[in-house]
Design a protein around this ligand. Structure first.
Ligand SMILES: NC(=O)c1ccc[n+]([C@@H]2O[C@H](COP(=O)([O-])OP(=O)(O)OC[C@H]3O[C@@H](n4cnc5c(N)ncnc54)[C@H](OP(=O)(O)O)[C@@H]3O)[C@@H](O)[C@H]2O)c1
Length: 334
């Protein structure tokens, strides 16, 4: 057994590059008193990591140069000096871009998973992704029957869950995604009422056609021009949920605001951002609800999995090219 880590080598300027990372051999960590050794099986990538690399966000500490790239992962305890986490326990947490990690339960906070749970699911619908969709859509968007809900980044991890949650609430759901395959998946398999391929279609014209009474809830993962189009098509009393803005993450300098923001006034509408970490006290309740919907078949999850630890930078960069359908994971080769 040997350990390897991927370190942050440079803060990105513009798009993330392979040279922003460095793959290194590292000593095999040995668990001390009260500690466990975790073998990492899957690591998840998400667009927000770019903000951690750039030190541009303030809701979490930046990743320091030459330190292990932070990232959510799932794995199994393979040696234990902690009776609460015996050998064989599946766990998840910010395991970081490394093959093995030691924790006393606090140094790297670990969440114990039920035996038998597929680890990819714990990083997707039953992890931060599902929780982000849950609180953003249900608490802030609060869709109901008769509402028209528009979701951008709809075939990505968060968007695909958020749209399905709106459908479960009885709303009509329209997704915006990059590509015909993604749009077919949304309509044919996830039960969206319509999908717009923003890379090939006139997005504004299609939003107008598919949302003739206006948009009651817009769940925004991308910002930029698509946010502006959504703002121009709001219904009275609409809720705009600001989850993310990936279309602007590669720009340097301040992110420009939307041009059509004044439609919030005319439509008596509300635009609200949120950070999922603020909802920690309700994570348990949300995971139970998401599990129930998965089990009843009302909610579907999908992962795109790249094979091999060294693929992590590629997986992260691929989010900005739309390479993923559902949650982008890397399976660590063992
Ligand atoms: N507020 C929170 O607490 C919170 C928590 C987690 C994530 N987020 C945010 O939620 C958003 C989604 O995150 P995720 O992890 O679920 O990622 P994701 O949607 O699985 O992956 C990103 C997707 O963004 C799309 N995209 C890339 N560049 C784009 C562009 N220029 N214009 C439009 N779409 C573009 C791509 O799909 P296409 O093929 O459709 O372009 C890609 O698949 C991100 O903005 C993230 O920062 C927020």
């Amino acid at each position: 057994m040997r350990n390897q880590q991927i370190l942050l080598a440079a803060r990105p300027s513009g798009a993330i590059k392979p040279s922003d990372f460095k793959l290194v051999d590292a000593p095999m960590p040995v668990p001390g008193t009260g500690e466990v050794l975790v073998e990492v099986h899957y690591l998840a990538v998400e667009p927000a990591m770019k903000g951690w690399m750039e030190a541009r966000v303030d809701y979490v500490a930046p990743v320091e140069i030459d330190s292990v790239m932070r990232g959510p992962g799932a794995g199994v305890v393979i040696a234990s000096n902690d009776p609460d986490l015996p050998e064989g326990t599946p766990v998840t947490g910010q395991l970081g871009w490394q093959r093995y990690v030691v924790s006393d339960g606090n140094s790297v906070p670990l969440r114990k998973l039920p035996q038998g749970i597929p680890l990819p699911l714990a990083l997707n619908v039953l992890g931060i992704t599902g929780l982000t969709a849950y609180f953003g859509m249900l608490d802030i968007g609060a869709p109901g029957e008769g509402d028209t809900v528009l979701v951008s980044g709809a075939a990505g991890a968060t968007g695909s869950v958020a749209g399905q949650l709106a459908r479960i609430q009885g709303a009509r759901v329209i997704g915006i995604a990059g590509g015909a395959e993604k749009c077919s998946w949304l309509v044919d398999e996830l039960g969206f009422d319509g999908a717009i391929n923003y890379k090939a279609e006139d997005t504004a014209a299609r939003v107008k056609a598919l949302c003739p009474q206006g948009v009651n809830v817009y769940f925004d993962n991308v910002g930029g021009d698509i946010l502006d189009i959504a703002l121009a098509h709001l219904a009275d009393g609409a809720r705009v949920v600001l989850c993310g803005g990936i279309s602007r993450y590669n720009e340097s300098g301040p992110i420009p605001g939307p041009v059509n923001y004044f439609n919030l006034v005319y439509r008596r509408a509300r635009m609200e951002g949120f950070i999922v970490l603020d909802y920690q006290e309700r994570f348990g309740q949300a995971v139970r609800a998401l599990s129930d919907w998965l089990q009843s078949g009302q909610l579907h999850s999908r992962e795109t999995v790249l094979q091999g630890f060294s693929q992590l930078p590629q997986a992260l960069m691929g989010l900005f090219d739309g390479n993923n359908i559902g949650k982008q994971l890397v399976e660590v080769d063992r």
